[in-house]
Write a protein that binds this ligand. Structure first.
Ligand code: NDP
Length: 490
């Protein structure tokens, strides 16, 4: 049984070795709706290290048979999961909105993306995995093939509770690994609903396992477990470093996707309406809680005032509210913690002398008092060395910085420890080329917002945004497999 229903609120169990399993602790935590803190969306278990150990043992055992299936056979399972998830798209999306606040259309779009990712990697099971390399021995055949890592630990965040676990699990599975998923506790109900799709697709016992619980217990055990051969993580830099150091210490492979401080550059010749639209969408959609969210806005001085007026006018139209209400464009922060972090950064911006142009407060509208809402917020007179221009805020806060030239904008854009995504709005081909060549970011976009990621293309950052591997698209094979060089002499 997947769940126990008590007072109409469901408790979701772990999924271990093909069964929905009660934790050894018997402790549960409630997942709170950030739009209404009195509503509990569901309960999830606060599991123990022993639960992780059981999941890893099941995954290790299951991997022996799973790796022997052909890629096409493994792909058939992923197609089945995709179809089931597509049928449940509304329920999964509603759960996501109620658990972490993004609007229902955004949640539905993300779930549809999860379906598309599953289908994409199902197809990867039929594609080539190696090369023939001429041997110096004329009677030998030399080629490369790929071997799975074994058991992969997936530690995922709350901001994309469907897409991120799937873009880690689907490639792990198609290349012959088995998986133990530890989702963010904040969105573990949504994760359980994703795993229900795998269970109903009849994925063999032990191939996919779910263990919910605090990062400091469940995540830490994944870092330490000797039978976990690879760990893929998305989240904060602080935890990411811990994952990397722990994995390195015991020789496990690791992949870290972490924060960003993503710039957009608005050139004098930009289409300003397009630039405003991209800045708002990139910076404020999902309440700014994307690692690729626009944060620093460098505007060339000749168009600064016009851009600012247009931006303010459009931002003033944004409707903040519960993500399940049709007219809402921006939902609440995902948690009280996240709200407090955002408010503290807004205070730091004021303290450091930036000018608050718009927002900066909790909204006063009726119905928002029980949720973790904050207004869309815009600062100007920001210096690139201020805290609000240096640290990841992960909230709906934009910092406007006036620049003289594109070169200055590029220098300032690169003056950060992060390097995830960046964009420029310009019609000038040499400005575009300078930006493409000089921007130190894993994802650079021209006349498009910083936050667009396509599932068939590599995704990942430079500098402290990443451990420098890439997720998604065909690039995912590099992390989830090892190259095996084969030499055959007749
Ligand atoms: P965390 O990095 O704490 O959480 C990410 C994942 O790591 C969660 O599954 C979490 O579990 C787990 N985790 C937490 N502590 C440990 C640990 N000691 N060992 C192993 N795993 C652990 O991010 P937060 O949710 O706390 O968000 C804080 C900040 O991180 C945000 O404000 C934002 O700046 C950044 N962030 C960036 C994301 C991105 O996409 N790059 C995504 C999310 C956050 P649990 O939830 O149970 O604590």
């Amino acid at each position: 049984m997947v769940k126990i229903v008590e007072n109409s609120v469901i408790t979701y169990k772990n999924f271990i070795n093909g069964e929905w399993a009660a934790s050894t602790t018997n402790e549960v935590t409630g997942s709170i709706n950030p739009a209404n803190k009195q509503e509990i969306v569901g309960y999830v278990q606060s599991s123990s290290r022993q639960d992780v150990d059981a999941a890893v043992a099941a995954a290790k055992q299951a991997q022996k048979a799973w790796r022997k299936l052909s890629g096409a056979q493994r792909g058939d399972y992923l197609y089945k999961v995709a179809n089931i998830m597509e049928d449940r798209i509304d329920d999964i999306a509603e759960t996501m909105t109620k658990e972490m606040g993004k609007t229902f259309p955004e949640s539905k779009g993300e779930t549809a993306r999860g379906v598309a990712i599953l289908r994409y990697y199902a197809g990867e099971g039929m594609r080539k995995v190696g090369d023939v390399i001429p041997s110096t021995d004329s009677e030998a055949l030399m080629f490369t093939t790929r071997a799975p890592l074994g058991v992969v630990g997936v530690i995922s965040p709350w901001n994309f509770p469907v897409a991120i676990p799937i873009w880690k699990m689907a490639p792990a599975l198609i290349y012959g690994n088995t998986v133990v998923l530890k989702p963010a506790q904040e969105t573990a109900v949504t994760a359980a609903k994703v795993i229900e799709c795998f269970a109903e697709a009849g994925i063999p016992a032990g191939v996919v396992n779910l263990v919910t619980g605090p990062g400091s217990v469940i995540g830490q055990r994944i870092i330490e477990h000797p039978d976990i051969n690879g760990i893929t993580f998305t989240g904060s830099n602080t935890v990411g470093k811990r994952v990397g150091q722990g994995a390195l210490a015991r020789g496990a492979k690791y992949q870290l996707e972490m924060g960003g401080k993503n710039p957009v550059i608005i050139a004098n010749d930009a289409d300003l309406d397009l630039a405003v639209e991209g800045t708002i969408s990139g910076g404020l959609r999902s309440t700014g809680q994307k690692c690729t969210a626009t944060s620093r806005v460098f505007v060339q001085k000749d168009v600064y005032d016009e851009f600012k007026e247009k931006l303010l006018s459009k931002v003033s139209e944004i409707k903040v509210g519960c993500g399940m209400q049709g007219e809402t464009w921006m939902g609440p922060c995902a948690s009280e913690n996240q709200l407090n972090t955002v408010l503290s950064y807004i205070q730091k911006g004021k303290d450091e002398g930036a000018t608050l142009l718009y927002g900066g407060e909790r909204p006063a509208e009726n119905g928002t008092e029980n949720g973790f809402y904050v207004q869309p917020t815009i600062f100007e007179n920001v210096k690139n060395d201020m805290i609000i221009a240096r640290e990841e805020i992960f909230g709906p806060v934009l910092a406007l910085i006036k620049v003289d030239t594109i070169e200055e904008a590029l220098d300032l854009s690169n003056d950060t420890e992060f390097g995830l995504s960046a964009s420029i709005y310009t019609k000038n081909i040499s400005s575009m080329l300078s930006f493409i060549n000089e921007m130190e970011a894993g994802l650079v976009r021209v006349n498009a917002e910083t936050a667009g990621v396509e599932l068939q293309a590599p995704f990942g950052g430079m500098k402290q945004s990443s451990s420098h591997s890439r997720e998604q698209g065909q690039a995912a094979i590099e992390f989830f497999t090892s190259i095996k060089t084969v030499f055959v002499k007749a």
